[in-house]
Write a protein that binds this ligand. Structure first.
Ligand SMILES: Cc1cc2nc3c(=O)[nH]c(=O)nc-3n(C[C@H](O)[C@H](O)[C@H](O)COP(=O)(O)OP(=O)(O)OC[C@H]3O[C@@H](n4cnc5c(N)ncnc54)[C@H](O)[C@@H]3O)c2cc1C
Length: 506
C-alpha cells in the first residue's frame, strides 16, 4: 500500500459516513483529514449532555448487526466491536405500534417470527402476508449496495426501478395486497424511520429499512457517542486526523478537479480526493460550475426534502419507567400517512403520530426518553434568521407548547409519567439546520420519494473526477445507508477489489 500512503483525502463532515470513510481509508494507508464545522465530532451520531445526562441526537437503534449481517461486516472491517458494545432489542418486540382503541402490535426480530406474528394476528390474509414478505425480502436481497455489491452500476440501478412493485408507493402496494386497514397500518407504522409518507414512499425504501431492523436490531450500549468515539479512535490510530471547528466554506476547482478546500478561517487545504458527506444542496454552495454542471445543480436544488422533526429529550426522576428494549410508534389514526398531510398549522403542534425511544439506563428501566414527531420547515421558518444563541421568546414558547403535548401523549404507555419529568430539551428544524447543516432541517436529507425516484438517486461520483459524495442523501437514510455510501466512496479511492477483500476478510 505504499502508493496509497501518498494519497491525500479530505472528508467534509464527521457524521457516520465521514468517520466511517475516514477510518476505512486511513487503515489503507491513505492520508486522511476529516473537517468538521462543530466543536465535537459525530453529527447525528453524537450524543449531547444536559445537566449531566446524555441524550442521543439521531441514532436510537441500529439494524443488521448480528454476525454476518450487513452492518456487522462493515463494523467488523474497522474492528469496532472491542471498542463499542451493542445490546440487542427485545426479541419479541423491537418495535411496538399503538393505534386507536388500545390496539397494539409488536414486531419480533427475524423474518420468520415477523411473518408468523402477522399471520397469527391477521389469519384471513395469510397468503397475502406471505407474498408481501417474499416481495420485501427479495427487494432487499436484490438491492446491490445493501448486499455489499459495492460496484453498483447504473444498469443495476435501472433494474431496481424497473421492478414496478419496488417503485410503487407503499400505500398503493398495501391497498392492492390487503383488505384489512389495520394490517395495512401495522405494515407501514414505522415510516418515521425514513421520514416519507406511505403514499409517497417507494416500496423498496420501506422494504430495505424494515429488512435491516427485522434481521436484527440493536442499541449502542451507553449512548451513540460510544460508537462515535470508537470511529474517531480507529481513524486516529491509523494516522488519520479530525479537525474540529473547521467549516469548509469553498471547494476551489482547477481543470475540472477540486484543488483545495478553503475553511472559514481562510486556511487552504489541498488533497488528491475530496469526499463531501454534507447535505448535497450545501455541497453545491461550496463549488462552482466547473465542479458540477448547471443542470445537475438545478436538478439537485429542485429535489424535495424528507420532512424535518421536533425531537424532545426527557429526563425522568428516580429509576425512570420500566420498559423492554423497544421503540414505540403511537398513532392516533389508522391512516399512517396522516402525520404528514396536516392542513392546519395548529394541528402540527398536536401530531397524529410520534416515535418514542426509551434509552435503557438500568436493566429494564429508562430514565431518558427521546420523542420525535414530523414537523415541516415552514412552521419554524419565521425564525430562520435566528442562531442557536439568539432564538426569540416566541420560539421558546412554541417549543414548550409542543413539549407539553408530547409528554402528555406518553401517558398512554406509562401512566403518571408526566409527574416524573425532571427536565426536557427540545430540538426543532432550526436546531437540525444549524447543527448538522441539513437543508431546511430535513431529518433524513433528500427525499427518495416516488415522484422523484430517479432524480433523487445520487451517484457517488460528480463531474469533478476527484469529488465524491457520501452521506444519508446518497443511497439510503439511516446508519446502514450512511455507512454503505461511505464504503462506496472509499471504494473508488482504494479500489473496489481492495474494498471487497477487506469486507470479505471480516
Ligand atoms: C432525530 C433522528 C433520529 C434518527 N434515528 C435513527 C436511528 O435510530 N437509527 C438509524 O439508523 N438512523 C437514524 N437516523 C438517521 C441517521 O442518524 C442518519 O441517517 C445518519 O447519522 C447521517 O449521517 P451522515 O454522515 O450522512 O450525516 P450527519 O450526521 O448529518 O453529518 C454531517 C456532518 O457534516 C458537518 N458539516 C456540515 N457542513 C459542514 C461544512 N461546511 N464543513 C464542515 N463540516 C460540515 C455537520 O456538522 C455534521 O457533523 C435518525 C435521524 C434523525 C434526524
Amino acid at each position: 500500500m505504499e502508493l496509497m500512503g501518498k494519497t491525500k483525502v479530505v472528508i467534509i463532515g464527521s457524521g457516520m459516513s465521514g468517520l466511517f470513510a475516514g477510518a476505512l481509508l486511513a487503515r489503507e494507508g491513505v492520508d486522511v483529514t476529516v473537517l468538521e464545522k462543530e466543536p465535537n465530532p459525530g453529527g447525528l451520531l453524537a450524543s449531547f449532555r444536559r445537566r449531566g445526562t446524555w441524550f442521543d441526537t439521531g441514532v436510537h437503534y441500529l439494524g443488521s448487526l448480528a454476525p454476518g449481517q450487513v452492518l456487522w461486516k462493515y463494523f467488523q472491517t474497522l474492528d469496532l466491536f472491542p471498542l463499542c458494545q451493542f445490546d440487542q432489542m427485545d426479541a419479541r418486540g423491537l418495535e411496538e405500534y399503538r393505534f386507536p382503541g388500545g390496539y397494539s402490535f409488536q414486531v419480533p426480530q427475524g423474518w420468520d417470527a415477523y411473518e408468523q406474528h402477522l399471520v397469527d394476528s391477521f389469519p384471513a390474509e395469510k397468503s397475502a402476508i406471505q407474498a408481501c414478505v417474499r416481495d420485501w425480502r427479495s427487494m432487499a436481497e436484490h438491492f446491490p449496495l445493501y448486499n455489499l455489491n459495492i460496484t453498483f452500476s447504473p444498469e443495476q440501478e435501472s433494474e431496481v426501478f424497473s421492478d414496478p412493485k419496488a417503485a410503487m408507493p407503499l400505500r398503493e402496494y398495501l391497498k392492492q395486497h390487503f383488505s384489512d386497514p389495520k394490517l395495512r397500518a401495522c405494515l407501514s407504522a414505522n415510516n418515521a424511520l425514513y421520514g416519507i409518507a406511505p403514499d409517497e414512499c417507494p416500496v423498496y425504501i420501506h422494504a430495505l429499512i424494515v429488512d435491516s431492523f427485522i434481521n436484527s436490531a440493536w442499541r449502542v450500549r451507553g449512548s451513540s457517542q460510544t460508537l462515535c468515539q470508537a470511529l474517531v479512535q480507529r481513524l486516529r490510530e491509523a494516522g488519520g486526523q479530525i479537525r474540529l471547528n473547521s467549516r469548509v466554506q469553498k471547494l476551489v476547482s482547477e481543470n475540472k478537479r477540486i484543488a483545495k478546500a478553503v475553511l472559514d478561517s481562510g486556511e487552504e487545504i489541498t488533497a488528491d480526493w475530496f469526499i463531501s458527506t454534507i447535505h448535497p444542496k450545501q455541497m453545491l454552495g461550496l463549488v462552482d460550475d466547473q465542479a458540477v454542471r448547471p443542470i445537475y445543480r438545478q436538478r439537485i436544488n429542485r429535489l424535495e426534502e424528507t420532512i424535518s422533526g421536533f425531537v424532545l429529550s426527557l429526563s425522568l426522576s428516580g429509576e425512570g419507567v420500566p420498559t423492554p428494549r423497544r421503540n414505540y410508534f403511537l398513532h392516533r389514526t389508522w391512516d399512517t400517512a396522516a402525520a404528514y398531510h396536516v392542513k392546519d398549522k395548529e394541528a402540527w403542534f398536536n401530531p397524529e403520530a410520534i416515535f418514542v425511544s426509551p434509552l435503557e439506563t438500568s436493566p429494564g428501566y429508562s430514565r431518558t426518553i427521546s420523542i420525535m414527531c414530523p414537523m415541516p420547515w415552514p412552521i419554524w421558518s419565521a425564525w430562520q434568521d435566528s442562531t442557536r444563541a439568539s432564538r426569540p421568546e416566541a420560539y421558546r414558547q412554541t417549543k414548550e407548547r409542543i413539549a407539553r403535548v408530547l409528554i402528555q401523549r406518553l401517558e398512554e404507555v406509562w401512566p403518571g409519567i408526566s409527574q416524573r419529568v425532571e427536565f426536557w430539551d427540545g430540538a426543532t428544524p432550526l436546531t437540525f439546520r444549524d447543527y448538522t447543516g441539513t437543508w431546511e432541517g430535513s431529518a433524513y436529507g433528500i427525499k427518495k420519494g416516488c415522484t422523484q425516484l430517479r432524480e433523487s438517486t445520487l451517484s457517488v461520483r460528480t463531474r469533478s473526477e476527484n469529488l465524491l459524495l457520501a452521506g444519508q442523501s446518497v443511497v439510503l437514510p439511516g446508519i446502514v445507508g450512511a455507512t454503505i455510501s461511505a464504503a462506496a466512496a472509499s471504494g473508488i479511492i482504494m479500489g473496489f477489489p481492495n474494498l471487497i477483500k477487506r469486507l470479505s476478510q471480516s
